[in-house]
Design a protein around this ligand. Structure first.
Ligand code: FE
Ligand code: CA
Length: 523
């Protein structure tokens, strides 16, 4: 969407950010262990675990267990404003005859009675089962897995990644197939929800208006999570998640709304509502606990010495999209030395994490396309100002860093664009003989955009005129990756339709990257 605030076309200085935050007194500052009263005799007439269970951010000795008590998730608060004590158990077996860890946790009213348990003391690289109890009610049994020990070399890692699951555009037909796969992990690259008001004439319909309040965001996450294909996939695998823009507001950048006339105070209040609801619904560690309108979501998730996931947040800290967003020539503010897509602090963290990484595969789990895709014509190239080529200084610095510091096997995972791409990332994309320094797998949407498989002329042209593109496809679906110490194999799974439930799954293409040789080859 057009951004009509050219006066705020660049990054907000830190002092202004703090001033705005201070001004937003309506933002409740959440704290851990608040002195709340604990509900004594609670009972439920309906299932308090309607939203299911989930787990995430696996480490060698533990994982985050998640649930949220809410018998009527689509209505307003239905529980008393008191903390509720919940018992959790982790076992080696599905019958819980061999319990590995158990304890209690408080479901806090300030966090919508969500529960985030950071279990420790588990063994590395094995499956566990978990469940919660409250007031005589027992949750569904979740299944989760710990990461391998840091100094070990696992023989394999299988995971699937997906993104962009607009509820109104269809059914999550990829998820039932994902559930059947032999996976260790699921990775979600953002646009988990969409913030828009319910619209007529689509496959399904959002409840409510465009999201603004904490209640609005909570209700939207509930509506999505009540989809049983999504809920069941959370029950079966640990997830590593990051967000893109629609968890808050389309194409936002830092403090800049896509709409005109939104004051920074109004925008920050909405952002804190969005971030809090995201935290409440996701199996995240305490390191990601929201601080008003800020939340640290970038983090490292190593998988032994086989793979290291550098999970990025390219939305919260970026400078405004240059040259008025949309598709523009690569010129002007694209080359501003102060332009940044990661923000200085996250970029420093990323480079340090890459340098210290002991792993064979260095995976950037992130949002927007890194390859500089010319969507115009050869004589008049155009690039998306919302993606990495709009932040060309950041993009080139990172690719040069891969090359100069000899970072082992960088692989970039991308969502956002609702179609599939496989790209070589060249050190200098204007030189066809440039070395390939990394591989980019762009995964399509789960549903956003509808059935897919249609001809999109702009992308057909882009596929042909950008020599670093290895493959392109416009279907919906997800990508399964099989990693060994020697090879990375990516299978592109597609669902032929999403406007009805229960589609089959197809694998139109698979690619392999060999260790030590950046760039994907089609199998
Ligand atoms: Fe999207
Ligand atoms: Ca997006």
């Amino acid at each position: 969407m057009a951004r009509l605030t050219p006066s705020r076309s660049y990054g907000i200085p830190r002092r202004d950010f703090l001033r705005y935050v201070a001004a937003v007194s309506a933002i409740p500052q959440l704290i851990w262990n608040p002195s709340v009263s604990i509900a004594k005799e609670i009972s439920f007439r309906d299932d308090p675990f309607a939203l299911g269970v989930a787990s995430g951010d696996p480490e060698p000795d533990g994982v985050v267990l998640w649930t949220r008590l809410d018998p009527h998730p689509l209505m307003g608060p239905s529980l008393p404003p008191e903390a509720i004590e919940v018992v959790w158990e982790v076992a080696h077996d599905e019958n819980f005859s061999h319990v590995a860890q158990k304890g209690t946790s408080l479901a806090l009213p300030q966090l919508g009675h969500s529960v985030h348990v950071e279990v420790t003391g588990l063994e590395p690289e094995r499956w566990y089962f978990f469940r919660f109890h409250v007031a005589g009610e027992t949750s569904p049994t979740g299944r989760t897995r710990t990461a391998p020990a840091p100094d070990t070399m696992p023989e394999r890692l299988n995971f699937a990644f997906t993104s962009c699951q607009h509820y109104e555009y269809g059914y999550y037909n990829g998820y039932p197939h994902m559930q059947q796969e032999d996976l260790d992990l699921v990775i979600h690259l953002g646009d988990y929800i969409y913030e828009y008001a319910g619209a007529e004439g689509r496959v399904r319909k959002h409840l409510g208006q465009e999201l603004k309040s904490l209640h609005d965001y909570r209700q939207r996450y509930s509506q999505y999570r009540l989809d049983d294909t999504l809920r069941e996939t959370h029950r079966l695998f640990p997830w590593i998640l990051t967000w893109d823009d629609h968890e808050f507001d389309n194409n936002y950048a830092n403090l800049v709304s896509e709409e005109d006339g939104v004051s920074p105070e109004e925008f920050l209040t909405r952002r804190s509502n969005a971030y809090q609801a995201y935290y409440e619904f996701m199996p995240l560690r305490r390191r990601s606990f929201p601080q008003g309108p800020s939340m640290t979501l970038y983090r490292g998730c190593p998988w032994g010495r086989l793979a290291n996931f550098h999970v990025l947040d390219t939305r919260q800290y970026r400078t405004d999209q240059p040259n008025g967003d949309h598709q523009k020539p690569m010129e002007g503010k694209v080359f501003d030395q102060n332009g940044t897509i990661l923000g200085p602090k996250q970029e420093r963290w990323l480079m340090k994490n890459l340098l210290q990484s002991p792993s064979i595969w260095n995976v950037l789990a992130q949002q927007v396309m890194m390859a500089p895709l010319n969507r115009g014509v050869p004589e008049a190239p155009l690039y998306s100002m919302d993606q990495w080529p709009g932040y060309e200084v950041s993009r080139r610095r990172l690719l040069q860093f891969f090359e100069s510091r000899r970072i082992p096997n960088p692989v970039v995972l991308t969502g956002d664009i609702h179609v599939n791409w496989v790209n070589d990332l060249l050190l200098d994309f204007e030189d066809e003989n440039s070395p390939i320094v990394a591989t980019e797998f762009v995964g399509t949407a789960m549903t956003s955009g509808g059935n897919g498989g249609n001809v999109i002329p702009e992308y057909e042209r882009a596929k042909d005129q950008n020599s670093f593109v290895k493959w392109y496809n416009s279907n919906r679906g997800y990508v399964t990756c099989e990693l060994t110490p020697e090879t990375w194999t990516a299978h592109y799974r597609i669902t032929p339709y999403v406007d009805k439930p229960g589609s089959p799954i197809e694998t139109p293409a698979s690619f392999v990257v060999e260790r030590g040789h950046a760039g994907a080859k089609q199998l």
